[in-house]
Design a binder for this molecule. Structure first.
Ligand code: 2P0
Length: 357
């Protein structure tokens, strides 16, 4: 007998095969961050993490997060370590709230021990919450005995952090906002998930200029809330983002990296414009970010296909052909000698570590 409270009456009967699955009681998963080329900015439902707009991203092959979830029969609360250090406060509260969702789906109440290791600076606009919640979703669902397909994993990861829905998938992924009106929470939840987008023939790199790896002053959650509530530029951007997405999908289909970059850059600059017009303004870009943007303009003048995108932080990511990545990285290192510059390529989706299936 498991040392946990009885499952709610609605819980399905466990089949012998599922019982065996559940007896694992632990799982370890790895996920990589993703960078949006069409941005997610603004929620229409904060509790269900439903976005206002569709978004499209590239999962990276660097900065993985590895997360182990172990069920802890008898424990009266969840515990979390990040990089070996115990986490408390808001971080633990968010993970516990997420595990509550998994427990509700599994019809179980047992608490868990979560150990997570990030290789990306946390809270610096480098998508640590995307890799973090994607890895947690896969590991927790498995430890609790839920057998979810990739779409269901994406929906679940979304509840932890919106952008995590996209890190379930390798390469390019499109996160559907879902129908704006739904009769029930369950219907709304079902409609919002990511799926892979084919991009055959595209051979891109994303050169990342880390100009400041410190945590941001305003969380992206708070910044998008404030933008939606107060920025007169939000609605026009949201409308144009829909057009950007259609053009982006067409550009990916014809493997036109120049167009992909151009659309991504204007979408990101537009998103930053919405925040600059919020009251009070949210400004993530630092002087060094603008220096990098100037370098990107110069690279284009010099004939290199290089386009920038920026998220909720001062760091700048430059999309270019893989074959130009070293050249772009050299130019960016020269532009921000105090920063660090890394080259990322399209990376894998979230997965269980071998032996954890
Ligand atoms: C994105 N960002 O599409 C956008 C662009 C930042 C700028 O997704 O509140 O950490 O947890 O759903 O996923 C950052 O937002 O926000 C983000 P929550 P998340 O990548």
């Amino acid at each position: 007998m498991r040392a946990e409270h009885p499952a709610p009456p609605a819980a399905p009967q466990q089949q012998p095969q599922q019982q065996q699955w559940e007896d694992r009681q632990h799982a370890t998963a790895v996920a990589h961050p993703n960078i949006a080329l069409i941005k997610y900015w603004g929620k229409r439902d904060e509790r269900l993490v439903l976005p206002r707009v569709d978004s499209l991203s590239m999962t990276l092959d660097i900065f993985p997060t590895t997360t182990r979830v172990r069920l802890a029969p008898g424990a009266d609360h969840d515990t979390l370590t990040l990089g070996g250090r115990p986490a408390e406060g808001e971080t633990l509260r968010r993970v516990t709230a997420f595990l509550d969702l998994v427990r509700a789906q599994a019809g179980r109440s047992v608490r868990a021990v979560v150990d997570s290791h990030n290789t990306v600076p946390t809270g610096a606009g480098l998508a640590s919450s995307a890799s973090g919640f994607a890895a947690l979703a896969v590991a927790a669902a498995t430890a609790y005995g839920l057998r979810l397909d990739a779409t269901a994993r994406s929906r679940l990861a979304r509840r932890g952090s919106g952008s995590a829905s996209r890190s379930i998938f390798a390469g390019f992924a499109l996160w559907h906002a879902g129908p704006p009106t739904a009769a029930t929470d369950a219907e709304a939840d079902l409609g919002s998930y990511a799926e892979p987008v084919p991009a055959a023939g595209l051979d891109p790199a994303l050169v990342i200029a880390v100009v400041n790896a410190g945590p941001k002053a305003v969380s992206s959650r708070e910044a998008m809330r404030r933008t939606l509530d107060t920025s007169p530029l939000y609605e026009p951007w949201a409308r144009s983002s829909g057009d950007d997405l259609s053009e982006m999908r067409a550009a990916l289909r014809r493997a036109d990296l120049e167009a992909v970059g151009e659309i991504a850059e204007r979408n990101a600059l537009g998103m930053h414009a919405t925040m600059l017009a919020a009251r009070p303004a949210v400004r993530y870009l630092a002087p060094a970010s603008l220096t990098v943007l100037d370098s990107v303009l110069q690279l284009r003048k010099d004939g290199v296909c290089a386009y920038a995108t920026m998220d909720a932080g001062p760091n700048v990511k430059v999309l270019c052909p893989r074959t130009d990545a070293e050249r772009v990285a050299r130019v960016l290192r020269g532009a921000v000698p105090d920063g660090s510059v890394l080259i990322a390529r399209p990376g894998p989706g979230a997965r269980l570590l071998p032996g954890e299936r």
